[in-house]
Design a protein around this ligand. Structure first.
Ligand code: NIG
Ligand code: ZN
Length: 421
């Protein structure tokens, strides 16, 4: 066997072509090739085009052939906001929420993020890695080939570092690529209650330098929220992180509108995430400053909150990404089909916008749109073959994965047909 793959006869190759975020009305363009072919050489896409263009110049015998007749082929999905590495579970909180106790109230009672922090402190590095492998395998089955993963269940030096080291190890041993984010300011630990400024200083002076020294993260994130960290505290942390080379992300305007979208724009964040309560002004500023709006419909669904105003955000000229927010509290799911169903049915996003939001704009949300997120020559060969002929079957098969084969870095890593055999 050689290292060249030919995917041929695809009814549609949905390229999502581009090396930058797609903003506003650009999100409706998918760049579909009918009767398409893709040539993969090693870990990269060498050529993409129609069968007529590609097949005339090659000797098919030199290739491992994947026949995609009656199938549609898309870039691998990018899950650009997750908290996938954690210890313990919080099933009892789901039940509490069903009984009407809300997410922030559970947090105030010592549950929520604090509860996962205690379990993550107790877990060993190896246990976190093993749990991570299981969850990443599940993500692959939904067609995900790149994942952003945050710390934030440590809130102290050793556990934050342990979480980030687990992600580094997972990035090394698992086919999925992981973009690592330091979220040391995810909650206020009990001993810092009322002393949030001191906690931010501790993160800036003690944890951040170690994260940077050990090259454990590309981004710094913060839960900028009423009763968690204020806009001023978030600004101070993110600017300190920027000085040390970390790019910015924010959990912004999720529960209460406090100006997170505005802060993201002011400091040049790569993305602002959640945005359920973002103001018109904040949205306009994000569009002007090319901040990707990462929307997490699974979380709004699970918390029974109103969805983010995707329509207004796109129509204001923003780039929207969609992600699962996979975490043990507000949204315990790896399900891309759930995200697609919610985006199309309840956020009034078109199918085309939804697919771009999970591919090229997901890549832009982690600053990787130049290497992943589309089927373009020279990009990583991260490609998913779906079992239906056209991309509109993907939302239509509600809540069910249409993924048949996943190719990551030029290697077949998931094959539903073989698994069924
Ligand atoms: N909102 C803050 N952080 C996470 C939830 C974390 C948790 O509840 O464990 C989120 O993005 O939804
Ligand atoms: Zn989150």
């Amino acid at each position: 066997m050689n290292n060249k793959i030919l995917i041929k006869n695809a009814n549609q190759v949905v390229t999502c072509s581009g090396s930058n975020q797609k903003k506003g009305s650009e999100m409706n363009e998918l760049h579909v090739i009918e009767d398409g072919c893709i040539i993969i050489k090693d870990d990269k896409i060498e050529k993409v085009g129609t069968s007529e263009e590609i097949l005339k110049d090659i000797d098919e015998k030199e290739y491992n052939i994947i026949d995609a007749k009656n199938k549609c082929v898309l870039p691998g999905f990018i899950d650009s906001h997750t908290h996938v590495v954690f210890g313990g579970y919080r099933a009892e909180e789901y039940n509490m929420r069903l009984k009407g106790i809300d997410y922030m109230e559970i947090m105030k009672r010592g549950g929520g993020i604090q509860s996962t922090t205690e379990a993550t402190k107790k877990a060993t590095l190896e246990e976190l890695v093993q749990l991570g492998i299981k969850r990443l395998d599940s993500m692959v089955s939904f067609g995900v080939t790149t994942v952003e993963s945050k710390s934030g269940y440590g809130l102290d030096l050793d556990t934050e570092i342990k979480q980030l080291e687990a992600m580094k190890k997972l990035d090394d041993i698992h086919p999925i690529d992981i973009s690592k984010t330091f979220l040391g300011a995810h909650a206020v630990p009990p001993k810092y209650k009322g002393k949030e400024d001191e906690f931010i200083d501790f993160i800036i002076e003690t944890v951040l330098p170690k994260v940077v020294e050990d090259d454990l993260a590309e981004f710094c994130d913060v839960f900028c929220e009423k009763d968690v960290f204020s806009v001023e505290q978030s600004r101070k942390l993110l600017k300190s992180a920027q000085k040390l080379g970390l790019k910015s992300k924010l959990h912004a305007d999720e529960i209460v509108r406090i100006g997170g979208a505005e802060l993201a724009s002011e400091i040049g964040a790569i993305s602002a995430d959640h945005l359920l309560r973002a103001s018109d002004q904040g949205i306009r500023m994000m569009a002007e400053n090319n901040v990707v709006a990462t929307l997490l419909p699974g979380t709004a669904f699970s918390l029974k909150e109103e969805y983010a105003r995707a329509r207004d955000i796109i129509d204001s000229g923003c780039a929207v990404a969609l992600a699962t927010d996979m975490n043990p509290g507000s949204c315990f799911t790896e399900s891309i089909p759930l995200v697609i169903a919610l985006a199309t049915l309840y956020m009034n996003m078109s199918i085309e916008e939804t697919i771009n939001a999970l591919t090229i704009n997901g890549a832009a949300a982690i600053d990787r749109a130049d290497t992943v997120g589309s089927i373009d020559e020279g990009k990583k060969a991260d490609i998913v073959i779906h079992e239906f002929p056209t991309y509109d079957y993907i939302p239509y098969h509600i809540g069910v994965s249409t993924v048949e084969k996943v190719i990551k870095n030029g290697k077949l890593i998931f094959d539903k047909i073989k698994n069924e055999a």
